[in-house]
Structures are given as structure tokens and as C-alpha cells.
Write a protein that binds this ligand. Structure first.
Ligand code: PLP
Length: 363
């Protein structure tokens, strides 16, 4: 069998295996990006994303790039040179926020947390008296930790709250309006169960009104993008860039799949799979990395046992079982495994397969 048609079980930190409906939609006949049918599809996708984001924001759209571009769009649109950005860091993606914010000229005030622990909103509140922006990651994929974004919303004051929901959206409740998220970005390749390539994005009216007039990025200029996504303005759709038509069709299929099952049922399914996995790992004597009480169900971090070669185990899983899991990040690269049960993989069968295979790989 050619390597190109290998079917992997993608149980790493993402991408996960997509929903079959999302894969099938990639093969639909291509539409022109200004075709009325496509424009109607964009509107439906924007509506679906509003449901996943828990928002009424009119400016909710799939940016034509991956989650990191969502992060860039968030900072380039809200930071004028010299503005203070208070950034909570409890993993790699908080670190990345600092890098992106400093490149657009922010005075970055770091609030460092130990990896494996959640964001402490009181520490964030005390970091600076009047920041322009406060930012934090909801589900830190690098450490497997969930943080309380509502608590950041409660202390944000006049600042805009930027939230990374790349790994949380579609897998656990995200309530952008209720929590006070002003700018949120996500990705398609995790719990939404679609291939990587788009960044579901939402921005409140308050943040849009305060946006940078002429941001350094033309491609990610939200003022220009308003016309690109008709659902964002209710007005005439205008050409900005050629929409990734097939990816938008796939995203629509993924969203439809989630909403047909019911968003609550989908998040409950992720919770159940995560609990089963974490219990199963602990039953065979493995220790979890993330602090108890703040563990993501969709992405579990496990300490590699003493004397076990992390890379060897991962290689064995891939070669023998076609199972991909992730290594750790930074100084935890070879001491932590990251196991994702996302999208269609969030089910007891995948958990049982992973546990059986991992036990064999470790022995
Ligand atoms: N933020 C988080 C929490 C992530 O997990 C990722 C990717 O894994 C990103 C941002 C970056 O997204 P992408 O790799 O799609 O650019």
C-alpha cells in the first residue's frame, strides 16, 4: 500500500481525524468564490461559528489561514505601537502570543505560570493598572490545561480580552459573550473535526470600533475582511482574497455534523472520552502531567515513566498500530506525551484502542 493512503489514528495534539462528512465535502465540485451559492455557504458557516463561539458578534468568520494567523489577526488589529498587552503564559501558545504581540509593537507584560497549572486571573489583574489588551489561552495544548476565561473577563476592566480557543472550540463550552471575550481565534483541526487550514475568528463591536486603523498586515485587516465575509456586515460581498472554497465547504460539513449531534452532546462526548482515558492511564500506573481539576478532556498530558524512551514508544505506536500521539513541548519534549481525543476520535473505542496499544508499547 502506498504511504500516501495510510490511515492513521491521529491521537496527538492535532490535527485529529476529521469527521467523514468534512472529508467528503472537500471533494464537492468547486464553486467560484463569488458564486451566490458560495456566498450563502459563507453566511451559513458564519452562523454556525457564532453558535460554536457562543456569540452574537456579527463579525464572526473563518480566516483563510491556520490558528496562528488568528493570533496574528487578533494582535495586529488591537495593538498600536507602545500599547500594553498583559499576557498570561502557562504554555507554548501563551509564549507565542508574547512573540506576536511584541512584533506588532506591544509593550508586553508577562504573567508567567508554571507549566501544567491554569491562569490565575488575580495575578493578571495585578500585572498592570490599565493595559490595552489582556490575553490568555483557554485550552493550552502544550500542557493539557484549561483556564477560566470568564475570570479574565471579570477583571479585564477597560482592556480588550483576547482568547485563544484553538483547542477548546467544539470540544468544551466556549461562551464568548458571557465570558467577555472581545477577540477570539480558533482552528479547524482540533475538536471541530475538520482538516487544518482555517481560523474561526470572532470580534466584538467594542473591539472592532477600537481596532487599529491601518494595521501592518493587509491580509489580516479586519476592516477589509468585513466585506469579504458577508455574514460579518450584512452588506454586499466584496473581493478581498480568493476564498479557500473547498475548506469552507468542509468546515460547513463539520459544523453541520456537530450541530446535528448537538453541541452539548458533542462536548459531553469529549468529556466522557477524556475521563475514560485519564482513568485508564492512571489504572496502569501512569501519572498525568496537568494539575488535577484543570485537565482538558480532549488533550491529556502524561508523564513518560522513568526508564522509558518516549520517542521509541511513539515510533512503535505509529509503526505497529498506525497511532500518532504527541511528545511534550520545550523542556518536556521527552518527558511528556500528549494524547488527543478530539472530534470523531472522542469516543470509548478510540480510548480502548489507545490504552491497549500504549500498554504494549511500554512493556
Ligand atoms: N493555539 C493553540 C492553543 C494551539 O494548540 C495551536 C496549534 O496547535 C495554535 C494556537 C496554532 O495553530 P496553528 O498550528 O493552526 O497555526
Amino acid at each position: 500500500m502506498s504511504k500516501t493512503v495510510l490511515q492513521r489514528h491521529l491521537f496527538g495534539p492535532g490535527p485529529c481525524n476529521p469527521y467523514p462528512e468534512a472529508t467528503a465535502a472537500l471533494g464537492l465540485p468547486l464553486l467560484g468564490h463569488l458564486d451566490p451559492e458560495f456566498i450563502a455557504r459563507m453566511d451559513r458557516v458564519a452562523n454556525g461559528l457564532r453558535t460554536l463561539w457562543g456569540t452574537e458578534n456579527s463579525r464572526t468568520l473563518p480566516l483563510s489561514a491556520t490558528g496562528s494567523a488568528g493570533m496574528e489577526a487578533a494582535f495586529v488589529s488591537t495593538i498600536n505601537p507602545g500599547d500594553v498587552a498583559v499576557i498570561a503564559i502557562n504554555g507554548l501558545f501563551g509564549e507565542r502570543m508574547c512573540e506576536v504581540a511584541s512584533r506588532v509593537g506591544a509593550e508586553v507584560v508577562r504573567v508567567d505560570h508554571e507549566y501544567g497549572t491554569p491562569i490565575n486571573a488575580q495575578r493578571v489583574a495585578q500585572a498592570h493598572p490599565n493595559p490595552a489588551v489582556i490575553a490568555g489561552v483557554h485550552a493550552e495544548t502544550s500542557t493539557g490545561v484549561v483556564s477560566d476565561i470568564a475570570a479574565l473577563g471579570a477583571i479585564k476592566g477597560d482592556a480588550l480580552l483576547i482568547t485563544d480557543a484553538v483547542t477548546s472550540i467544539g470540544g468544551m463550552p466556549v461562551l464568548a459573550d458571557e465570558w467577555g471575550i472581545d477577540v477570539g481565534y480558533a482552528g479547524t483541526q482540533k475538536c471541530i473535526g475538520v482538516a487544518p487550514g482555517l481560523a474561526p475568528f470572532t470580534i466584538s463591536d467594542r473591539a472592532f470600533e477600537r481596532r487599529v486603523e491601518k494595521p501592518q498586515s493587509w491580509y489580516l485587516d479586519l476592516g477589509l475582511l468585513g466585506g469579504y465575509a458577508t455574514g460579518a456586515t450584512g452588506g454586499q460581498r466584496t473581493y478581498h482574497h480568493t476564498a479557500p472554497v473547498s475548506m469552507v465547504a468542509s468546515l460547513e460539513a463539520g459544523i453541520d455534523r456537530i450541530l446535528a449531534e448537538g453541541l452539548d452532546a458533542v462536548t459531553a462526548r469529549h468529556q466522557e472520552a477524556g475521563t475514560l482515558l485519564q482513568e485508564g492511564l492512571q489504572e496502569v500506573g501512569l501519572e498525568l502531567f496537568a494539575q488535577e481539576g484543570f485537565r482538558l478532556p480532549q488533550l491529556t498530558t502524561v508523564n513518560v515513566p522513568e526508564g522509558v524512551d518516549s520517542a521509541k514508544v511513539r515510533g512503535y505506536l505509529l509503526d505497529r498500530f498506525n497511532i500518532e500521539i504527541g511528545g511534550g513541548v520545550g523542556k518536556y519534549a521527552s518527558t511528556v506525551w500528549r494524547i488527543g481525543m478530539m472530534g470523531p476520535n472522542a469516543n470509548p473505542g478510540s480510548v480502548a484502542l489507545l490504552l491497549t496499544a500504549l500498554k504494549e508499547a511500554i512493556d
